[in-house]
Structures are given as C-alpha cells and as structure tokens.
Write a protein that binds this ligand. Structure first.
Ligand code: FAD
Ligand code: DLZ
Ligand code: SF4
Length: 535
C-alpha cells in the first residue's frame, strides 16, 4: 500500500520542495497532473502552457531517474477529468494512500480548493509551508501587523539584515541600502545588449508544442520559436549567462527601453524562479558572489538582489496577508473595458505596439514595459482592475496571481488605495520618450500636448489627475503635479478633458467575430485573426 501521496503542482518543480522532503521511494508516490482547468483559468499564453507542461514532464523524468514512483497524468489521457480535484480523487482510488502531502500553492483560488480537499478526503491532507520563499507568510504578517501601509523599502532592509546579503556587519555594503538613483540611464545609441541564450526544444518539448497547438490554438501569443529552459540544468545555464554577460550592466539600464531589444540586460529568469527550476536564494548568492569577485558593480547587484528579496518577497507576503479582500478593492473606481489592442497590438501608439509585440512573441516583457507602458496606459485610461489583471495573468510566462495581482492591482492601478505604493506611477509621454526610442517611430509626438499629433499619454495624464483630484490631490507625493494643474487655465482643462474623452470613447474594446477580429485593422501582420479570443 502507498503510504503517502505527494501532490506536486506545476509551479513547484523543485527537488527540495517541502512536499518532497522525507519521501520514501519504497512506498510513496508523487502525483503530477496536466489539467485544462489550470491552462484555462485564464487563457494563458501558449508559451506559458508549453513551458509548464514541458518542465513538469522533465521534472517527473528526473524524479523517476532517482527511483521515485511518479503518477503523471497527461492532458490528453482520455480518463483525465481536467481539474486538480478530479485528478486527486482518481489518484486516491488508484493508490489508497494513508495521507496526502502537498506544498502551499501560489494562488488563493487553489488554496481554497485545498481547504475543500481537507474536508472531503478520506485521509489527512498536510499542506506544508512553501519555504522556497525567504519570508514565510507568517513572518510577513508579523512585519505587517499594525502598519496601515506597506512599503517595500522598509521590508527590504529587514530582509537584507535577516539574510546577510550585501551586508557589512549591521550596515549595508557601500553605505546605502538602495542605489536606484544610479539605475535610470537610457540605452545609448550604438550599445547592443548581448544576444540571449535560447534552448532548442527536445523531443519532450516538441510533443508538448504539438499538444498545445492542437488544444490551445485560440489562446493569445506565438508558440514558436520556443526557446525557454525546461529543466533545472538549462535554467542554471540561463542564470550563468545572465551573471556573466548581463548583470554588470543590469543596474545602469534597468529602466531603459529600446525598439527590438526585448530583454536588454534583464535576467529573464522569472518563469524559472516562479515554477521552481531556480530558487531565490541561489540566485541571490550567485549575484552577490559576482560582486565580491569584482565581476559586477554594487549598483547592479544591489538592484538585482532588491528585486528578489525585496519586491518578489514583498508582493508575495502582501498577497497572502491581504487576500481575498485585496482583489475586490477599486479605489479609483476604474470601470473602462480593456481596449482590444492589448490583444491585437494594433494601435498607432508605437510604445504600446512594441511592448505588446514583445509580449506576444516571448510571453515576456521587462518590468519598465509592464509598468510604464501597458500599465501606465491602463491606469491613465481607467481600465477596470479585473480586466487588466486578467490580461497580465494570461500573457506572461511568469504570471501567477501571488505576484501578478499586487503588481497590477497595487503598483500599477493604485486600486488598493496606496497599501502597496505611496503614489500611482502615472506618467506623460515625456517619461517614455526619455527612457526609450519608441517615440521616434510613432504617429504621435511626445512634445505635443493637444491636437491630432499630440501624444495620447499627455492629455490622458492630465485627464487622470483631473478625474481623480478628490482622491489624489492630498497625497503629498502628488503635490507638484496638482500645483501645476491648479495653475492651469480653465479653458485648457476643458480642452484636455474633451480630447481625452473623445480618445477614450473611440477605443475599440471588442472583436466582432472570428473573421473581423479587429475591425478595419486586420490587415496588419501583428493581428493573427482567429488565433486568440479574450474571455
Ligand atoms: P529582472 O528585471 O531581471 O529582475 C530579477 C527578478 O526580480 C525577476 O526575475 C523577478 O523574480 C524579481 N522581480 C523584479 N521585479 C519584481 C516585482 N515587481 N515583483 C515581483 N518580483 C519582481 N513578475 C512576475 O514574476 N510575475 C508576474 O506576473 C508579474 N507581473 C507584473 C505585472 C506588472 C504590471 C508589473 C509592473 C510587474 C510584474 N512583475 C511580475 C514583476 C517584473 O516585471 C517581472 O518579475 C520581471 O519583468 C521579470 O523579468 P526578469 O526575470 O528579466 O526580471
Ligand atoms: C499555470 C499552470 C498550467 C497552465 N497548467 C498546470 C497544470 O496542468 N498542472 C499543474 O499542476 N499546474 C499547472 N499550472 C500551474 C498552476 O496553475 C499553479 O500551480 C497554481 O496556479 C497555484 O500557483
Ligand atoms: Fe508612446 Fe506617445 Fe511616444 Fe507615441 S509619442 S511612442 S504614444 S509616448
């Protein structure tokens, strides 16, 4: 008889996972299941589904090579019930275990499922802590207790002290906790970031690509070329490549954007961290070692480590501390449906077109594209939080609700009223023009404020401030723009309002049918008519 059934989810592909500890290969079975309910909880980008399924199959093979019994249910198994609950219950019948052990999941939705299983399973269900995160849910809650707002910077300092990363005794290395002011350079003309390493699909990945092509053809995004690492060994190679070739410049150009340069000096490891192929701790240790060996400067290494032990741990802690109420807030009462161009890429705004193209091609966009282009537009246009959250959750290979939701709901949309960030990251076209070369290829002009050539970010920015004056004007960090707004003539305010409202009213929001996915615009190579259908 099987003693323990160990249920491992698709983003838990770590050999040292808590659910796999104390595993007895003689009697235990590991359960892994590919289910349509997860692939369609939102209609995930095709590359994300292929990445998860291939990484799951490779992980199962690696466990089997160790002599561990793995019960692996494939998506196309005719008996597959296509849900976690259904597959767990079928596996109970197959193995009759004494107990089920799992690790806490990354999403509230699945956590709720697990609470139900506790009630319905005939044997005990043990949900173990996910200690791949450096700050436990309980430790975050302890830190958060009594605070009205949570600020990453203070949390980060605690994490630096606790982990000892980049510390000189009790003080931060270099005498500062944060070197961000050095990390805001635009990419100079003629500077080419390194070509990024890609991994050729093996037989397992090719099988998965065939499956995803057949089953999820109507999901957003290109499936091929597929170049993601799908094993731990490959992910470690990708990490080596980042540390050697990109980390030294990571800090300087962290906020830069450039047409056709989809990765710049970013690490592109978030899908691996989030699915478990790499751990946060090993990645930080590698970066710190590069600094100690004089292979990367402090501004780069501090900036990189902050993203992981700061932002990544912070948003995860905040998510679990605040859910489920967190997802329900809508502080700015934003209600507009998502414009259709988020799916098609069809817009005259070059910056948005470029970021959506990269997203479609790679299931990846770097942070500043997500925050200051697609995010900034959603904020200024007043897109309903749920609609834009669903988009972010669907389109990125690294997206899971624990990390997507705080970033979109809190950081981008300010829907939490400032729990995560002290002010909305609203910006006009000038910011995008300063940090990118996008405007050079745009129909609009970032220097023009009103009229047909005006950059829409310009009048949308002021329109956003006008619309939300009651909620934002008293925020000390918004004092400067509101001073400018107050000095503005009433006629100018009227013009801004009229132009912004006409622009917003004209945004196409829905496809009208499979052959007319984007009315009047479906001759663009960006539009793959009938290939995807937003929910
Ligand atoms: P790098 O720039 O190289 O950074 C290194 C690592 O730091 C990342 O791999 C990631 O693990 C971590 N990190 C950096 N910024 C953040 C952050 N704000 N929150 C959490 N971790 C961070 N990240 C996700 O992993 N999944 C998401 O679904 C996701 N959605 C986002 C949505 C929006 C609107 C925004 C503004 C950010 C989002 N992020 C998300 C954070 C960040 O954009 C990505 O982690 C990063 O772009 C991944 O690329 P990279 O690995 O090259 O990161
Ligand atoms: C994202 C994803 C997808 C697309 N498919 C599966 C799957 O078939 N089986 C599985 O175990 N996990 C999958 N995942 C990851 C889960 O959605 C993830 O484990 C939960 O959202 C909890 O974080
Ligand atoms: Fe984007 Fe405005 Fe620049 Fe065009 S002009 S690329 S819309 S910021």
């Amino acid at each position: 008889m099987v003693r323990t059934l160990r249920f491992v989810l698709g983003d838990q592909l770590t050999r040292s996972l808590s659910a796999l500890r104390d595993l007895d290969p003689a009697r235990d079975v590991v359960l892994m299941v590919e289910v349509a309910a997860e692939a369609t909880s939102v209609r995930h980008h095709k590359q994300k589904i292929a990445f998860i399924f291939s990484a799951m199959r490779h992980f199962a093979e690696a466990l089997r090579a160790e002599g561990i019994a793995v019960d692996y249910v494939r998506l196309d198994d005719p008996a597959n019930t296509q849900s976690f609950g259904g597959e767990l219950s079928r596996a109970m019948a197959r193995h009759s275990p004494d107990a089920v052990v799992t690790t806490e999941p990354g999403e509230w939705r699945v956590w709720q499922m697990m609470q139900d299983w506790r009630e319905t399973l005939p044997v005990p269900l043990h949900i173990r802590e996910d200690d791949r995160f450096l700050c436990s849910r309980a430790a975050f809650s302890q830190w958060a207790a009594g605070r009205k707002q949570y600020r990453m910077e203070f949390f980060y300092r605690v994490m630096r002290k606790t982990t000892g990363l980049l510390m000189a005794g009790d003080a931060p290395k270099g005498g500062q906790w944060n070197f961000d002011p050095e990390n805001r350079k635009a990419l100079p003309k003629g500077q080419d970031p390194p070509t990024r390493q890609r991994f050729t699909p093996d037989a397992i990945t090719r099988d998965v690509i065939t499956l995803v092509t057949a089953r999820f053809a109507d999901h957003f995004g290109d499936l091929e070329p597929f170049g993601w690492a799908v094993t731990r060994e490959e992910a470690l190679e990708a990490l080596d490549h980042f540390i050697a070739d990109c980390l030294p410049m990571f800090g300087d150009f962290q906020d830069a954007m450039k047409t056709g340069q989809d990765f710049l000096y970013h690490s592109v490891i978030s899908p691996y961290l989030n699915a478990g192929l790499l751990t946060a701790w090993e990645v930080c240790v590698r970066a710190e070692a590069a600094y100690r060996a004089n292979l990367a400067p402090l501004n780069a290494v501090e900036g990189f480590i902050r993203q992981i032990i700061g932002w990544r741990e912070f948003v995860r802690g905040l998510y679990w501390h605040e859910m489920p109420e967190y997802a329900e807030t809508n502080h700015l009462d934003a209600q507009r449906p998502l414009p259709w161009f988020y799916w098609s890429g069809e817009t005259k705004m070059a910056c948005l077109r470029e970021c959506i193209r990269a997203t479609r091609e790679h299931a990846y966009a770097h942070h500043i594209q997500r925050l200051m282009v697609t995010g900034n537009f959603a904020l200024l246009a007043g897109i309903a939080p749920r609609e834009i959250e669903e988009w972010y959750l669907a389109v990125y290979a690294d997206a899971y609700e624990w990390v997507e939701l705080p970033n979109v709901h809190g950081m981008v949309m300010h829907a939490d009223g400032g729990l995560l960030g002290s002010k909305p990251y609203a910006a006009s076209g000038a910011y995008i023009n300063r940090m990118s070369d996008y405007c050079a290829g745009c129909t609009y002009d970032p220097a023009v404020k009103l009229g047909p050539k005006a950059c829409p970010f310009n009048y949308l920015y002021w329109h956003f401030l006008i619309e939300n004056e009651g909620k934002l004007a008293r925020n000390p960090r918004m004092a400067m723009p509101y001073r400018t707004l107050r000095a503005m003539e009433e006629t100018r305010r009227h013009e801004i309002r009229a132009e912004a409202e006409a622009f917003l009213a004209a945004l196409p929001t829905k496809a009208t049918g499979p052959d007319k996915a984007v009315p009047e615009q479906n001759n663009s190579p960006l539009v793959r008519v009938g290939q995807f259908t937003p929910r």
